[in-house]
Design a protein around this ligand. Structure first.
Ligand SMILES: C[S@@+](CC[C@H](N)C(=O)[O-])C[C@H]1O[C@@H](n2cnc3c(N)ncnc32)[C@H](O)[C@@H]1O
Length: 272
C-alpha cells in the first residue's frame, strides 16, 4: 500500500535551470514513503497519459458542458454537432481530441496554479482551464483581431464574463497586443515567470508560431504541459513542421499529437 495515505499532490520546487529555461517544477509529482534517490526525476504524468485522458468520452462530454454555458457561436455549434455525429456513428468508441479536450485533461491531471494562453479569442479554450482549475492564475494575450475566422472577436471584457460563468476565482490578466511584443515585455518585467500549462494558438504563420514557441518553451515548468493547436489545419500546413522542429525532435520534451480527424492538436510535457 505504498503511498496510500500520501497526498497525490506535493510541492516540488527548484532544480538547476539549463539553457535559459526556468527551473520551477509543477506541483504534481511522485511522492513516496521514504526519502532516497529520485531515479525518475519525480515527473509521473507523461504526454501519453494526458492524451489518453483527452480522448476519453467523459472528458469530451465534460468539456462540452462547459462550452454549452458560454455565448454560442458558429464554431462551438459546429463542434457540438460534429461530436454528436461521431457518437451517432460510433457510439462510445468514437475518439476525438482538440484544444479543449486536451486542456481539460491537462487541467484535471496537473491541477495548474498558473496558465498562459496566446490566442484567446472568445475565451472558449481558456474557459475550460478556468472551470477545471478555478483558482489558477491566468494570463491571456490576444490582438482581438476583428472578424477572426469570420466571427466577432469582442475582447477582454467579454472573455472575463465568459470565465465568470464557470465560477472562476483566480487572478486573470488579459493583455491586448501582438504576442511578439507583449511576451518579451512581460518576461523582461517578470524574469522569473513560469507556467504549469501554456497554450500557443495565436499567430498561425510559420515565423509567428515558431517565435511564440521559442519565447514560451523556456517558461514551461518541468513536468508542465504545452498545448499547440491546429497541427493538421489545411490552411496552415507549416504548423506541423514548426511543432516537429521546435518540440518533437527535442529530447527535453515528450510529445503527443491527435491528427486523425479535425484540425489536429499536439501537446508536450517538459522532462527537464
Ligand atoms: C484560433 S483563435 C484562438 C482560439 C482560442 N484559443 C479557442 O480555442 O477558443 C486565434 C486568436 O489569436 C489572435 N492572434 C493572432 N495573431 C496574434 C498575435 N500575433 N498576437 C496575439 N494574438 C494573436 C487572434 O486575434 C485570435 O483571437
Amino acid at each position: 500500500m505504498i503511498g496510500a495515505s500520501l497526498p497525490a499532490v506535493r510541492l516540488r520546487r527548484g532544480t538547476s535551470g539549463r539553457n535559459g529555461h526556468v527551473s520551477e517544477r509543477v506541483e504534481v509529482g511522485f511522492d513516496r514513503a521514504s526519502p532516497g534517490i529520485d531515479y525518475f526525476d519525480g515527473i509521473v504524468i507523461g504526454a501519453g497519459a494526458i492524451g489518453e485522458r483527452a480522448l476519453d468520452p467523459a472528458t469530451a462530454r465534460s468539456a462540452e458542458a462547459i462550452i454549452e454555458r458560454l455565448e454560442p457561436d458558429d464554431h462551438a455549434t459546429y463542434s457540438r454537432d460534429f461530436a454528436a455525429e461521431g457518437r451517432r456513428l460510433c457510439g462510445e468508441s468514437w475518439r476525438y481530441a482538440d484544444i479543449v479536450t486536451v486542456l481539460h485533461a491537462a487541467a484535471d491531471l496537473l491541477k495548474p496554479s498558473s496558465y498562459l494562453e496566446i490566442g484567446v479569442r472568445r475565451g472558449r479554450s481558456m474557459a475550460v482551464v478556468a472551470s477545471r482549475a478555478p483558482r489558477c492564475s491566468i494570463i491571456g494575450v490576444d490582438l482581438w483581431q476583428p472578424g477572426y475566422a469570420d466571427m466577432e472577436n469582442p475582447g477582454p471584457e467579454f472573455v472575463r464574463g465568459e470565465l465568470d460563468k464557470g465560477g472562476f476565482e483566480g487572478d486573470l490578466e488579459l493583455l491586448s497586443g501582438n504576442s511578439h511584443r507583449v511576451l518579451p515585455r512581460l518576461f523582461r518585467d517578470q524574469p522569473e515567470l513560469s507556467f504549469d500549462v501554456i497554450t500557443v494558438d495565436g499567430d498561425h504563420s510559420r515565423r509567428g508560431a515558431r517565435r511564440d514557441l521559442t519565447d514560451l518553451l523556456p517558461r514551461l515548468r518541468i513536468g508542465g504541459v504545452l498545448v499547440f493547436d491546429d497541427t493538421r489545419h489545411p490552411v496552415h500546413p507549416e504548423l506541423h513542421e514548426v511543432w516537429e522542429r521546435a518540440v518533437v525532435r527535442e529530447r527535453r520534451y515528450a510529445s503527443w499529437e491527435f491528427d486523425e480527424i479535425g484540425y489536429g492538436v499536439a501537446l508536450a510535457v517538459r522532462r527537464w
